[in-house]
Design a protein around this ligand. Structure first.
Ligand SMILES: [Zn+2]
Length: 252
């Protein structure tokens, strides 16, 4: 019986297979190593650089041109802050026997705070105690500036609080923390957490402003024992408040 049934010579087929395998092995190792160049058959796309005559070497690792996307840089946010000059536009606030008025101290400090913040390019509203702009007031922070009365000889220190629970935004805690730290550091006054009253935690402005506006009220010192600081160094008082506001807005 002849094995040559199909007309194909097994010996020739065997050699053909050997040659094909050899070519495949050569291609597998030769192309990555650059021994065997890849020769393109088609002409280059229009606009391409003129190739060397006849041959175009196609780089193996072509990186597709990535469209250049401008990085997303959000427009810098200009902080808006409201500063209430306590009692201003309404009443004198606390009074000392010698005629020193709380409202005058508050206004002096508030104006200095506003000036310093505006130097930083912030939008700042100097507000009266019962300013109509407090209705639904929207800002990055609101701070009302007050001073403690002359009625407590031997008392020194400052206090600050946000609204009582349920009426404040969570970030108001950060506002209070920032001002406590920086005001104490700048002025040297101690924080007095024990004498915070309902007058402060139920301060009228908390009920008027937008609920998302972090707000606090500060008593910057006592008009008797801290008088020298409040009346002779109001720039230091203002700087302490500004330090605290910058800490809060800057997310310190
Ligand atoms: Zn007051």
């Amino acid at each position: 019986m002849s094995k040559n049934v199909g007309g194909a010579d097994p010996w020739a087929v065997g050699w053909l297979m050997r040659v094909l395998v050899l070519l495949a092995v050569l291609a597998a190792f030769g192309v990555p190593l650059g021994v065997i160049p890849i020769v393109a058959v088609t002409s280059p796309a229009e606009g391409g650089a003129a190739p060397e005559a006849g041959r175009i070497v196609i780089p193996l690792s072509t990186s597709a041109p990535t469209p250049t996307v401008a990085p997303l840089t959000p427009a810098p946010h200009t902080p808006r802050v409201g500063i209430i000059a306590g009692h201003h536009g309404n009443d004198s606030g606390a009074l000392c026997p010698d005629g020193l008025q709380e409202a005058d101290i508050n206004l002096d400090v508030a104006r200095r705070v506003v000036a310093l913040l505006m130097q930083s390019g912030w939008n700042v509203d100097l507000l009266d105690e019962f300013d109509v702009r407090l209705n639904d007031y929207k800002a990055d922070a609101l701070l009302s500036i007050h001073a403690d009365s002359c009625s407590f000889p031997g008392k020194s220190g400052f206090k600050i609080t946000r609204a009582e629970s349920g009426l404040h935004t969570s970030s108001a805690d950060a506002l209070v923390d920032c001002i406590i730290r920086h005001y104490a550091e700048r002025t040297g006054l101690a924080f007095d957490a024990d004498t915070i009253t309902y007058d402060m935690t139920r301060y009228h402005a908390y009920y008027e402003i937008d609920r998302n506006t972090p707000a606090a009220i500060i008593e910057i010192g006592f008009m008797l024992d801290d008088r020298e600081l409040l009346t002779q160094r109001p720039d230091v008082v203002a700087q302490g408040i500004v330090d605290g506001l910058r800490c809060f807005i800057g997310g310190e």
